[in-house]
Structures are given as structure tokens and as C-alpha cells.
Design a protein around this ligand. Structure first.
Ligand code: SF4
Length: 166
């Protein structure tokens, strides 16, 4: 069975981001994987009932997704509202879907407090960012799913192609 990949909905062109926009990833592998039935699309935040558009949110105080999962940090909207519970629910929904559909890999957009895997913003809403995973990416990788950011798609292509050649 071809390896399946959980994908951020905004990368697939769905207008689900906080600002009502999408951020489509243009790459020949995307069309190929779609045709091969490998892609499982989710917006974790929408799956947890968050609306579009919605206020921007960041993991507070320079923390990262694993801190949120451990109860050591919060996710807050720019208006100060605590949305930690929604973000944890979003991550759990993504993990459940990955398990139900047999996804061993995830391709997630970087920088998001949910889907970021290389960096997240630091909670100051100033544009400052630091290395770390968002809440969904952290929960997926903690559970053995290999997470790649949109910038790492060539690495994921090489990984999948190597598996197919076995
Ligand atoms: Fe995109 Fe993930 Fe944010 Fe949804 S939660 S808009 S899929 S980055």
C-alpha cells in the first residue's frame, strides 16, 4: 500500500488560515501524490471548531508545542484570549485522522502554532520567531509520524521514493 501523508489543508489551497487565505504549495510531487491517493488533508484548527477568519494566535512566552501538550504553556490569541484547549483538541484530531487513515508522514506548513515544525512565533505578535514545533506537529512527531515542513518537501519526496523502491 502506498505510504500516506497527512497534509495541512492550507497547503492544498483551502482558504482556512486565520486570515481567510490559503498558502498553496506548488510542487510536481503534490499532483502525483494526489493522483496516487496518498494525501489526507486536514486543517487541525478548523477540525476543532475554530472559525475562518479568526484572530491570530501564538504559543505564549517563547514556548513550543511540546510545552503546551505538557501543560506548561498556553496558546493565546492576539486579543489575549486563551485558546490552549482548542489547539490541543486540534492536535488530537489530526493524530486520530492520521491513525485512522494510516499516515506515517505529515507535510505541514511551517510557522503555524499548530502545523509549524521548524519554527514558531514567540508569543509577542511582533513577527519574532524561534525554532520549535507547533502543537499538532509536536503531537504527531511524539507519536511516530515523520513530520516535514513545506520547505522540506524534497526530503519527503526522497523518503517516499526510497520506500516505493523497496
Ligand atoms: Fe493551515 Fe494548519 Fe493553520 Fe489549518 S491549522 S490554517 S492547516 S497552518
Amino acid at each position: 500500500m502506498p505510504a500516506k501523508i497527512l497534509v495541512s489543508a492550507c497547503l492544498m489551497g483551502h482558504a482556512v488560515r486565520y486570515d481567510g487565505q490559503s498558502k498553496p504549495l506548488v510542487h510536481p510531487a503534490i499532483d502525483r501524490w494526489r493522483a496516487e491517493g496518498r494525501l489526507v488533508t486536514i486543517c487541525p484548527e478548523m477540525s476543532a471548531g475554530m472559525p475562518v477568519p479568526r484572530p491570530p494566535a501564538e504559543i505564549a512566552a517563547g514556548a513550543v508545542g511540546k510545552d503546551v501538550l505538557a501543560g506548561r504553556a498556553k496558546v493565546v490569541e492576539v486579543n489575549g484570549r486563551d485558546v490552549t484547549g482548542d489547539f490541543v483538541q486540534a492536535a488530537e484530531n489530526a493524530l486520530r485522522l492520521a491513525r485512522e487513515t494510516g499516515c506515517r508522514f505529515a507535510l505541514l506548513i511551517d510557522g503555524s502554532p499548530s502545523c509549524g515544525s521548524g519554527f514558531v512565533y514567540d508569543g509577542s505578535f511582533s513577527g519574532a520567531r524561534h525554532p520549535g514545533e507547533g502543537v499538532t506537529a509536536a503531537l504527531l512527531s511524539d507519536n511516530g509520524i515523520e513530520v516535514y515542513s513545506d520547505r522540506q518537501i524534497d526530503g519527503l519526496v526522497a523518503r517516499i521514493d526510497a520506500l516505493d523502491e523497496r
